[in-house]
Design a binder for this molecule. Structure first.
Ligand SMILES: N[C@@H](CCC(=O)N[C@@H](CS)C(=O)NCC(=O)O)C(=O)O
Length: 208
């Protein structure tokens, strides 16, 4: 197996943290997103959507969605379970993961990509260029703020995103909260979110 990664980017960090929690390392190839290596013919042959992470299996199959990659790794390296310990928990982890992707990661990306100079004409990832829209930067910021508020409330009576066990939902949320710093949003005085963020950030895997 080989992981196509980009050290500064949020999405592949989800896979690195997931692997670190499993105590596993994989051979890794860095893709230079800043210099648009993701648009090269060599990379497109692996992922026509031109995004990282990509997990290339030994038979050449390329998995190009973080959730699919984590699903595969969960079954290859079952301990410790990170996607739920029974059917109910598995469903809740998937449900929260989807919510954090759409309300958290996507909101921050909407704000960041529509306002940053380096992303002019690259407001969306993928093979096609899209112009920045300042209104979307504003909307993304409002959505990201609402996301932090929602997580703070959720974590007021739950140690982790799904009950009392650390899971993929915490990994996705950690990366979304850290990504929010790129648009200068912090947990701040959201005390439940701040408590959870300190806890998950202190795990060795957070440095991956
Ligand atoms: N659906 C993909 C999205 C991954 C994604 O958006 N990756 C970003 C880095 S965080 C990317 O590759 N961007 C390429 C670009 O900006 O052109 C997943 O979650 O795995």
């Amino acid at each position: 197996m080989k992981l196509y990664d980009c050290a500064p980017a949020p999405s592949p960090r989800r896979v690195r943290v997931f692997l670190a929690e499993k105590g596993e390392t994989l051979p890794t190839v860095q893709i230079d997103l800043a210099n648009r290596e993701q648009l090269s013919p060599e990379f497109r042959a692996r992922n026509p959507r031109c995004t990282v992470p990509v997990l290339e299996l030994d038979d050449g199959t390329c998995l190009v969605e973080t959730l699919a990659i984590c699903h595969y790794l969960e079954h290859r390296f079952p301990a410790p379970p990170l996607m739920g310990r029974d059917l109910r928990e598995q469903a809740l982890v998937l449900q929260w993961n989807a919510r954090i992707e759409s309300e958290g990661l996507a909101a921050v990306a909407e704000a960041f990509r529509n306002q940053s100079r380096g992303f002019r004409d690259r407001a969306l990832p993928g093979p096609q260029n899209f112009a920045q829209l300042p209104e979307l930067a504003e909307r993304g910021r409002v959505r990201a703020t609402a996301f932090l508020d929602m997580l703070d409330e959720h974590l007021s009576d739950s140690p982790y995103i799904v009950g009392s066990h650390y899971s993929l939902a915490d990994i996705t949320a950690l990366i979304a909260v850290d990504f929010a710093r790129w648009i200068r949003l912090e947990p701040g005085d959201r005390r439940h979110l701040a408590r959870w963020h300190r806890s998950v950030s202190s795990r060795p895997s957070a440095a991956a």
